[in-house]
Ligand binder design. Structure first.
Ligand SMILES: *[C@@H]1O[C@H](CO)[C@@H](O)[C@H](O)[C@H]1NC(C)=O
Ligand SMILES: *[C@@H]1O[C@H](CO)[C@@H](O)[C@H](O)[C@H]1NC(C)=O
Ligand SMILES: *[C@@H]1O[C@H](CO)[C@@H](O)[C@H](O)[C@H]1NC(C)=O
Ligand SMILES: *[C@@H]1O[C@H](CO)[C@@H](O)[C@H](O)[C@H]1NC(C)=O
Ligand SMILES: *[C@@H]1O[C@H](CO)[C@@H](O)[C@H](O)[C@H]1NC(C)=O
Ligand SMILES: *[C@@H]1O[C@H](CO)[C@@H](O)[C@H](O)[C@H]1NC(C)=O
Length: 836
């Protein structure tokens, strides 16, 4: 068992660190989100923010239709159906000036720490909420009447319930009136799991064995294991955290002092011991939580789901590579079943050997009733009605053996998802019944830079349906909650709260797009992609979450794109735009209905957003159809009729009036004007390019994922830098870019137009062409056409070169060659505008 595991880990480790996606295993070693939705393309988003900051603590009360938000210096009650509406209520709760002064005198950071950060918001009873805040390093708590929504006159001391430090890992729950919190409370104190607001407050033990070592808490989950329990078990609270490992790690060799992920649990009815473990938990046990990513994994977020009964409880956990690996970023998601947790807690214990200073497996005798277990029918029959009745031998044993031998392994024995270059910071899961009657878990994962990944678990893998940029300014997503009733996900972060629909099915424009997305919330109804939950007639709907293949065979679904015409002169370059909506799709082009472009001959370049035909020949005329190939499906995207015309003879045809102003026999005066104008335009070009570069670099994100396509993507072939009217259009192109590189075209402003003469006739008369006389470049800003020969090419460089065979030759090099060859770009709409 151990060996295949270890080799798997090694493989994963190599894949993650070397970044080689060539060897694929069951887990896609670097899942690619299918679609990328940038901030300005988000639809249906609602936002709430106020002068306050750090909207970190979310409490959703779906039945009351309220989302409570704990921020810095305030608590808000928002309408969960629309958090942006005017009905929001605010409760100001700032730290007093005296406490702030105290805090500053203690040398705390006056920008972040000396405020009242609300860290706990829980329902206390039918009328009151319970809230705790750091209050400038002097924590306070308050019971808040939700009807009046004002701060009570009487505040409670919070130092046993809430951390002093706003950034400290913390988790808190109110369960049946008792407050269960876990954190390192004071500046120097030891981490602790505590119960307050209870007639028997409890803590963890600190001697002779620290039950917790430098723990940073991530989450806590109540599991009602007493419900329909055949053994009369108790409800349990599970804690997820990181801590310093004392033991030698079983799977990764020596990693003492390394930090590991753990799960611990306590029983709700624990009352502590009578003499031994008095006011301490008698049911504390912890075990290692592994996800099998490289040994130093850091737990970031946990979410639990119970499928209608506690035995089917499952936990999803997001991990990142720990600090040691900061030079590279990667995240993973693992799933754990509660039965696996039970297996570890029911297994052998570890014990600390004073002589060797090591934690090793305990093989000695274990007293009865089993130490660390809850009080069950079995122990009641033996006369132990509560933890206070437990024999000393059991309590002594508990004191010394908090750690279990067995690790908690993920459900599939491996991560569900591994993602490079992303740090997941928050996680929430929804369970959706799809049209096929199966249940799919949909994960919403928040990233460290303000994005949200929506992913669906299919078998033992995860398909990332989309990535959404939910905050314009990069900032970690701090918290996520889902409302089934509102079909929304709420996102908390430093700058505000966001409400987003669970699905935006209308974004999928075709049946193929709708099916390929594998979005369990969406299905095709013959005309559009609809939200399943809001469709009256389910029989009309088609969906294939499991495979993302079936459902679009019939002609009606196959909307054939309108054919567009392109006409160019022989020797010109033409771009046939065809944008792939999906990052997983590969572009396929059919020429005259048959497969395969004669790619080897150097006239054709398939880019992510189109086909570039360079130096066209007469025989390149024909029908060009663009398809997106994804998951074995081929969906039509664009269709062009390309006509290549022979270059007309040098002398203007008698029927056409010769172009008046741009003839090469310009008078010396005319030449001077010509050069001057070009110089001015050149200057304008430079300024605009700088602006573009700046804008583009601000918005670095999109276009990161290109599978099987050239690494350098031809985004825009444009000489465009004329006129402010076009500026906007240009910027639109750049916004989607990665960092742009601008390569000047062939004719710098200083070059005299006379240089062109040997190459052919100067701007020949516009041949009598149909109105659509244009190549793909014409779909780009018009001014391009005016900047004869002074082209700029905007390159979109991927952040990471993908090891696609296509990219072996330097595409950049090729492009510069292409540029050199670019000859008659004199694409003329109207003669009088064509020349300078
Ligand atoms: C919340 O919004 C919904 C719909 O906009 C509205 O019907 C409801 O009355 C609002 N609730 C409150 C408490 O304002
Ligand atoms: C915080 O402290 C810095 C340096 O001590 C000071 O310059 C700044 O004005 C202070 N800010 C506030 C809000 O007090
Ligand atoms: C809820 O708790 C608050 C604070 O302890 C108390 O004043 C109030 O009476 C309680 N309400 C109910 C309905 O028990
Ligand atoms: C609060 O927000 C500020 C501003 O974005 C950020 O610098 C700080 O780290 C946040 N503090 C916490 C505790 O999240
Ligand atoms: C698709 O076409 C097949 C036969 O070609 C037919 O049996 C089936 O009912 C059609 N499906 C839909 C959804 O129209
Ligand atoms: C495509 O078909 C047209 C007319 O049927 C033909 O003139 C053209 O040469 C064909 N193009 C190619 C590249 O085969």
């Amino acid at each position: 068992m151990r060996r295949p595991m270890a080799s798997y880990v090694l493989l994963l480790f190599m894949a993650v660190t070397m970044g080689s996606p060539s060897r694929r295993s069951a887990v896609d070693l670097d899942a690619t989100p299918r679609t990328t939705i940038a901030y300005n393309e988000l639809s249906g988003a609602r936002r709430f923010s106020d002068q306050a900051l750090n909207y970190t603590t979310l409490l959703l009360e779906d039945t009351r239709g309220t989302l409570y938000v704990g921020a810095r210096g305030a608590i808000f009650a928002l309408n969960s159906s629309n958090i942006a509406d005017s009905s929001s209520r605010k409760l100001r709760w700032e730290a007093s000036p005296e406490k702030q002064t105290d805090c500053l005198q203690k040398g705390k950071n006056n920008k972040t720490e000396c405020f009242n950060h609300v860290r706990l918001l829980q329902r206390l009873n039918g009328t009151h909420l319970y809230a705790c805040g750091t209050y400038a390093f002097h924590p306070l708590c308050a019971a808040i009447d939700t009807a009046r929504f004002v701060l009570p006159s009487q505040l409670e001391e919070g130092k046993e319930k809430c951390p002093y430090d706003p950034a400290r890992g913390y988790t808190g729950l109110i369960v049946d009136g008792g407050l269960y919190t876990a954190t390192r409370y004071e500046f120097r104190s030891l981490p602790d799991i505590r119960r307050n607001l209870h007639q028997r407050p409890l803590k963890t033990e600190e001697s002779p064995v620290h039950w917790l070592n430098d723990a940073e808490f991530v989450a806590s989950v109540l599991v009602r294991e007493s419900r329909r329990s055949p053994v009369g078990d108790d409800d349990k609270i599970y804690y997820f955290f990181m801590e310093r490992a004392g033991e030698e790690s079983a799977s990764f060799g020596k990693s003492r002092a390394a930090r590991v992920a753990r799960v611990a649990r306590v029983c709700k009815s624990d009352l502590g011991g009578k003499k031994i473990l008095q006011r301490k938990w008698t049911s504390f046990l912890k075990a290692r939580l592994v996800c099998y990513i490289p040994s130093y994994e850091a737990l970031k977020a946990v979410h639990s789901l119970d499928g209608g009964g506690w035995p089917s409880t499952t936990f999803y956990a997001a991990f990142t590579l720990a600090a040691q690996w900061r030079s590279m970023e990667a995240s993973a998601v693992c799933q754990y079943n509660i039965s696996e947790l039970h297996r570890a807690f029911d297994g052998p214990y570890m014990h600390y050997q004073d002589t060797s200073h090591k934690w090793t497996r305990y093989d000695g005798e274990v007293p009865e009733p089993r130490p660390g277990s809850c009080i069950t029918n079995h122990s009641r029959e033996a006369g132990y009605r509560s933890s206070q009745d437990l024999p000393n031998s059991v309590l002594e044993f508990v004191k010394l053996h908090p750690l279990m031998m067995e690790e908690v392994k993920p459900a599939q024995g491996q991560p569900l998802l591994v993602k490079k270059n992303v740090l997941y910071t928050a996680l929430v899961v929804d369970r959706v019944t799809a049209l096929d009657g199966r249940q799919y878990d949909v994960l919403f994962l928040g990233t460290g830079d303000g994005w949200l990944h929506k992913a669906v678990v299919i078998g033992s893998a995860v398909h990332i349906v989309e990535e959404l940029q939910v905050f314009g300014a990069p900032q970690p997503v701090e918290s996520l909650v889902i409302s089934k009733a509102q079909r929304s996900v709420y996102v908390g972060a430093a700058s505000g709260v966001l409400q987003l629909p669970l699905a935006s099915c209308t974004r999928y424009g075709s049946c193929y797009d709708c099916i390929l997305a594998q979005d369990p919330y969406c299905a095709w109804d013959g005309e559009g992609c609809r939200e399943v939950a809001s469709s009256a007639d389910r029989a009309q709907l088609t969906q294939d979450v499991g495979h993302g293949k079936e459902g679009c065979w019939n002609g009606s679904a196959q909307a054939v794109p309108m054919q567009r015409s392109r006409t160019v002169l022989r020797g010109d370059d033409v771009l046939l735009p065809c944008e792939q909506r999906s990052n997983l799709a590969r572009a396929a082009w059919l020429l005259n209905g048959s497969e395969g472009l004669p790619a080897g001959r150097g006239h054709f370049r398939v880019g992510v957003d189109g086909l570039l035909v360079t130096d066209t020949l007469l025989e390149h005329s024909g029908r060009y159809s663009c398809y997106g190939e994804e998951n074995g499906l081929r969906s039509p995207l664009a269709d062009y009729a390309l006509r290549v015309l022979p270059v007309p003879p040098p002398e203007p045809a008698p029927t056409d009036p010769p172009p008046p102003r741009t003839a090469r026999h310009a008078s010396p005066d005319g030449k001077l004007v010509y050069i001057l104008v070009i110089a001015v335009l050149g200057g304008l070009c430079l300024v605009l390019s700088a602006v573009l570069l700046h804008v583009a670099c601000l918005q670095r994100r999109r276009g990161k994922y290109v599978l099987g396509a050239p690494t350098v993507e031809l985004q825009t072939v444009s000489a465009g830098c004329l006129g402010a009217a076009r500026e906007e259009e240009e910027e639109k192109h750049c916004r989607e870019d990665g960092c742009l590189q601008i390569i000047p075209g062939e004719a710098p402003p200083a070059v005299s137009p006379a240089r062109e003469t040997p190459l052919g006739p100067p701007p020949p008369p516009p041949p009598p062409l149909p109105a659509e006389f244009t190549n793909g470049i014409a779909s780009l800003p018009n001014m391009l056409r005016k900047m004869n020969g002074n082209s700029y090419v905007l390159l979109r460089q991927q952040e990471e070169p993908s090891p696609s065979p296509l990219s072996n030759t330097s595409f950049a090099e090729e492009l510069s060659k292409i540029l050199e060859k670019r000859k008659h770009t004199q694409l003329v709409d109207r003669l009088d505008e064509s020349s300078v």
